[in-house]
Design a protein around this ligand. Structure first.
Ligand SMILES: [Zn+2]
Length: 253
């Protein structure tokens, strides 16, 4: 299928995306839809696939068949799970840290690069327990080299206390929506009520990303967040995966 930056680039739903200018080029922005586009299904995807081959043109972003479709029990939509490391940590979390601290955003109301030393002072004073193997590192001096596990610690543990009193209140309240959702979605067990609450928060987070940061920042990774609750339901995007990544993978990324 087409990549995330093409029309109909979401592998989970039929959000078409909209082409908008950003910097010197353009991006496929995934604006928040109050009536979400239909989810993809394996049956529909096979149909799109057939039509794409017959007409030699992509249908709903699908270009042609995959050999994985030959596997009888494999669902070519729900058989995949969102990549927590690249979507949430190195995608969404790194993107927001950049929006807050990169000097190219200095005219924006959410820019807090001038207070980076205040944030660093709070961050470097945190003494994490042994379960967290890396000590916090300076945002000002080392952010360009942060690993996935450092973005995870920032998202889950450090960002809320470090940004309190620095990031303008409406932006902080917005960020807290994801800070409070992810631990629920990553937990080893989850009740239907908790999943529902996390889903509502994630939707609010995505909607208000567009309101507060503009459509040009509605990236594919931001859009993918709304599909995480379904991945949790289907796969249990879970503490087990998080634990595995933390120990095996993230320090390499
Ligand atoms: Zn989608």
């Amino acid at each position: 299928m087409k990549q995330f930056n093409g029309t109909y680039g979401c592998p989970w739903c039929l959000h078409k995306g909209v082409r908008i200018e950003k910097g010197r080029g353009s991006v496929n922005a995934y604006h928040y839809e109050s009536s979400p586009s239909p989810l993809r299904s394996a049956v529909q995807t096979v149909r799109d696939c057939t039509e794409a081959v017959e007409n030699d043109a992509p249908v709903h972003g699908i270009k042609g068949p995959s050999e994985l479709m030959l596997m009888q029990l494999f669902d070519c939509v729900m058989g995949y799970c969102i990549d927590y490391l690249h979507c949430v940590l190195l995608g969404v979390t790194r993107c927001f840290v950049g929006l807050w601290f990169d000097s190219r955003h200095h005219v924006q109301t959410y820019y807090i690069g001038r207070q980076v030393n205040t944030v660093d002072e709070k961050l470097l004073s945190i003494k994490p327990p042994n379960a967290i193997t890396r000590a916090p590192r300076s945002i000002a001096k080392t952010r360009a080299h942060w690993k996935g596990s450092e973005y995870m610690n920032w998202l889950l543990y450090y960002s809320q206390p470090c940004l309190t009193g620095v990031l303008p209140r409406e932006y902080l309240l917005h960020w807290v929506l994801i800070v409070h959702s992810m631990p629920i979605l990553l937990s080893k067990s989850i009740s239907p009520e908790d999943l529902q609450n996390a889903t509502i928060r994630i939707h609010k987070f995505v909607l208000f990303t567009e309101v507060l940061y503009g459509r040009e920042n509605m990236t594919f990774n931001i859009h993918q967040l709304i599909h995480i609750p379904d991945c949790v339901k289907n796969w249990g995007l879970s503490g087990d995966i998080q634990h595995f990544c933390l120990n095996q993978t993230m320090d390499c990324c």
